[in-house]
Design a protein around this ligand. Structure first.
Ligand code: ZN
Length: 183
């Protein structure tokens, strides 16, 4: 069990596009294990490698009480035209949730840690999660997806958050329908 500290908003690694994985080796398997353990410990729905300070295109997910999964070098193949509304959070913004519009359904392709081609397909929370994590790999954060007014409100909440600046994070439980879980 390897739980690593999660990087918080303000850390430049979260704004740096990640590099594709080239070697499907033991180190990659360790990274997937670290991401999975840290995500589960934080009760997260997903976690991307840059959130652990690693600039590689890898993320893990754990949605709908299915087994945790992972995807390496993911590419979005299809997004539904139909959108979904809902609260979204991020483990790099502890305790903050904002209404974020996403495509209702997603189909993404990538590799597992053994180098096999895999497809992840889903709606609602899984779709939201896959879009959120692939954004992380491009240095894009969920606050970038907010409408103008919500973003203004979000930036104020972020400035006022206890973890802003040097203060270590505290875990809060959200009253919102994500049940305090984030990506
Ligand atoms: Zn996130």
């Amino acid at each position: 069990m390897t739980v690593k500290p999660i990087r918080l908003f303000g850390d430049p690694v979260l704004r740096t596009p990640a590099e594709p994985v080239v070697d499907f080796d033991k180190e990659l398997r360790q990274l997937v294990a670290d991401l999975t353990d840290t995500m589960l410990e934080a009760h997260g729905l997903g976690l991307a490698a840059p959130q652990l300070g690693v600039g590689l295109r890898v993320f893990t997910y754990h949605v709908d009480d299915e087994e945790p999964g992972h995807l390496i070098n993911p590419q979005i193949m299809e997004l539904s035209e139909q959108d979904q509304e809902g609260e979204e959070g991020c483990l790099s913004f502890p305790g903050l949730y904002f209404p974020t519009k996403r495509a209702w359904r997603v189909r993404a392709r990538g590799f597992n840690m053994h180098g096999d081609l895999v497809t992840v397909e889903g709606t609602e929370m899984l779709s939201r999660c896959v879009q959120h994590e692939i954004d992380h790999l491009d240095g894009v954060l969920f606050i970038d997806r907010l409408d103008r007014e919500t973003r203004k409100y979000a930036m104020k909440a972020i400035r006022e958050a206890e973890w802003a600046g040097e203060t270590p994070p505290t875990v809060k439980v959200s009253p919102h329908p994500t049940f305090g879980r984030a990506f």
